[in-house]
Write a protein that binds this ligand. Structure first.
Ligand SMILES: *Cc1c(COP(=O)(O)O)cnc(C)c1O
Length: 370
């Protein structure tokens, strides 16, 4: 099996199908090279880099349809850092989490272990299923992933309660690739290395007026390390800066992708493209006797992270290794899920035609298995 060579005419034009870091379009890399001497290696407190940050903030607000009064905030450390920042700067007393995979679980663990907060209210579901938050007494933050990247389950995005509690949504892999109504959220946060086809290391969050007020209240009432102080992040973002030095190359790649999405038709276009790509995979799996979509409920199948289970007679690990040997990379399942599975990132940068080509490549390999 390891020796099978896929005929060139079957191969996708670009073989990057990872779920983060994900495919970066060549045009973004070209722009990075073009801006190399004017932006890279220059101060993040001066106009060229601040213009870049403003371009990102305005582009994100336009792309995601940020309602009046919502602000785009930027900080360093990726979504994992944002979990700790939210634990310190957003939760007043007690958080409730929907936990239906590794990423939702990690944020739930962060608030649950914080000694200054009450134990978290965790609503868990098995891998492949969806858990939802429901209104509960004493909860002031409701947190859930828009898209659980470890399993390929997408959640509806809806405000949980109208009593002043905040709805905080981990959109790390969904933002930019899945439609959303931000009025249903108070915090919609993400990192650039998934649907935004950039590098990791930053977090971005769209905050509602209620979330901005909560940040001011909570950070004034307890000790918060500067790096996790969202008020400092808000203050810096309002000046198109970050608390400490950002990776400027990441900002360039991100700005290029945000502009590309907006120029092509915005979130409607992007979500149509990811829906087409993922539908090609799910449809292929449903029709194939050896494959099946991992997520049983069609409405919960992610448009940006497609997980496909294989029959016991197929060695999915060997399949992924053979694809890798042929230049098709990062379709291994999430490392801790432990399933006989392939996981395919179908973010907006991925060409739907390449996803169709991927299914033809898998067919080619399956036909040649013992
Ligand atoms: C990738 C991912 C994260 C972690 O992002 P980092 O920037 O690597 O910290 C968190 N949540 C979700 C849903 C993700 O897909």
């Amino acid at each position: 099996m390891e020796t099978v060579t896929i005929p060139t005419h079957l191969l996708p034009a670009d073989g990057r199908f990872g779920c983060g870091p994900s495919k970066v379009r060549p045009a973004q890399v070209d722009m990075l090279a073009a801006l190399g001497t004017t932006v890279l290696g220059t101060s993040h407190r001066q106009a060229p880099v601040r213009h870049l940050v403003r371009r990102v903030r305005e582009g994100i607000a336009a792309l995601l349809g940020a309602p009046d009064g919502y602000e785009v905030v930027v900080g360093n450390g990726g979504s994992t850092a944002f979990w700790d920042a939210a634990t310190f700067s957003l939760v007043r007393e007690r958080a409730q989490h929907a936990d239906f995979g590794e990423f939702g679980h990690k944020f739930a663990t962060a608030t649950d272990r914080a000694p200054f907060l009450a134990a978290s209210d965790i609503r868990a579901a098995a891998a492949g299923d969806l858990a939802r938050c429901t209104p509960a007494e004493g909860v002031d933050v409701y947190a859930y992933p828009h898209n659980e990247t470890s399993t390929g389950v997408v959640s509806p995005v809806e405000r949980v309660a109208d009593d002043g509690a905040l709805t905080v949504v981990d959109a790390t892999s969904a933002a930019g690739g899945v439609a959303v109504d931000l009025a249903q959220t108070d915090v919609y946060y993400f990192a650039p290395q998934k649907s935004f086809a950039a590098d990791g290391g930053l977090w971005l969050a769209v905050l509602s007026p209620a979330a901005l007020a909560r940040v001011a209240e909570v950070t004034a009432s307890r000790w918060v390390p500067d790096f996790l102080d969202l008020q400092l992040a808000v203050d810096n973002s309002r000046q198109d800066q970050t608390l400490n030095t950002p990776a400027i190359a990441t900002l360039v790649l991100l700005a290029e992708q945000v502009d590309w999405l907006n120029e092509n038709g915005g979130l409607g276009w992007a979500s149509g493209r990811t829906a087409a790509s993922s539908a090609a995979l799910y449809g292929w799996a449903e029709a194939h006797p050896l494959a099946t979509p991992f997520v049983a409920e069609p409405a919960h199948r992610s448009p940006v992270v497609a997980t496909i289970d294989f029959a016991e007679t197929v060695d999915a690990q060997a399949l992924a290794a053979t694809l890798r040997a042929n230049g098709i990379v990062d379709v291994e399942p999430y490392r801790k899920l432990g399933r006989n599975q392939l996981r395919v990132g179908t973010f907006p940068a991925v060409d739907p035609g390449d996803v169709v080509a991927l299914t033809a490549c898998i067919d080619h390999l399956l036909e040649r298995m013992g």
